[in-house]
Design a protein around this ligand. Sequence first.
Ligand code: ACO
Ligand code: OAA
Length: 375
Amino acid sequence: MADKPTPGAGLRGQSAGSTALCTVGQSGSGLTYRGYDIAELADKARFEEVAYLLLKGKLPTQAELDAYITKIKGLRGLPAPLRAVLEQISADAHPMDVMRTGASMLGNLETEERFDEQQDAADRLLAVLPSIICYWYRYSHDGVRIDTETDDDSVGGHFLHLLRDAVPSELHAQVMSVSLILYAEHEFNASTFTARVCASTLSDMHSCVTGAIGSLRGPLHGGANEAAMAMIEHWRSADEAEREILGMLERKEKIMGFGHAIYRESDPRNAIIKKWSKRLADDVGDSVLYPVSERVEAVMWREKKLFCNADFFHASAYHFMDIPTKLFTPIFVCSRVTGWCAHVFEQRDNNRIIRPSADYVGPDARGWLPIEQRD
Ligand SMILES: CC(=O)SCCNC(=O)CCNC(=O)[C@H](O)C(C)(C)COP(=O)(O)OP(=O)(O)OC[C@H]1O[C@@H](n2cnc3c(N)ncnc32)[C@H](O)[C@@H]1OP(=O)(O)O
Ligand SMILES: O=C([O-])CC(=O)C(=O)O
């Protein structure tokens, strides 16, 4: 069995640089973007305002927001060679692999040649990532070539429109906006740190974002919302969920959607998405999935003092909106791309190549062994 990790493993508790974008887990306010509390942003802002805040450094005026939305709407089209690549990817591919390939292919077609193009590169990625995933999904699953240039004002509305071929309800567009706000930024999490490491070599924006997508894909990070859904969808009642969770804990299995590397008592995003999940549960008349989710939350706290992170109630919320489970983590990408790009800007602004040291634990220095003398 592997040794238990030391307290500092995974760079835990060590500062790896500075940022003006976000605070996570500071006392008083659990999560802020450029000083604004997440609860207030989720309540009062629309996602495009938050994207502007992260990428341009301040909340937009009405005129600035209108112009920004118009710009994003104009950047949703997919170049023909990118459509051709997406059409090659089979329906059983992992959608995060599709996102990664899409971002990488865009980097071939619209290479960021100079850093003064970085704002445009970020806006283009923000606008086009929902088009990439939905174009592939609809082509590979429904056999249709969709027009990705919708007139929806919001990124979330655009995503749902492409997915379902219909303008979403106000409730669904609002939940998507809140969800994208909650997922937009989170300091030096694994995917953002990936983007910053890549940026620190003075690489291009598409390489930074492509690498970040790869890091977000894993079930210990963004992939947890899908993994949580795969777990809770099997249970037909809260009592069954409790029995199963107790068994999983007994077998020392990880419960996806719980725990956090930084927060110790709660993830401030959970209460917000949980409230919306309840509203959606009432909307669809659910009497199973929401009670199952609530019971899992209660049992995890009672047994392990582990709390839901941002991913857990996102699973039921997305499910109630009829979003296929395999598209949960790609939605996270469509939001977090704002945080990633803002961090790339920040890294470039005050750069030193990120290159930590390692504690060597291998063999002592030794002589070369000719091949015929080896076991
Ligand atoms: C948006 C996001 O990316 S949020 C994170 C999404 N990821 C998940 O939901 C995956 C499940 N959670 C986890 O694997 C972890 O909690 C992580 C990866 C988020 C954080 O990892 P760490 O910082 O190493 O966790 P931490 O040090 O707090 O763990 C403390 C103990 O709780 C246990 N623990 C932590 N999370 C869980 C969990 N979800 N289920 C069961 N046990 C857990 C750990 O195994 C560890 O036990 P040990 O001391 O006996 O080894
Ligand atoms: O901060 C982290 O380690 C993971 C997380 O919650 C996020 O990226 O949103």
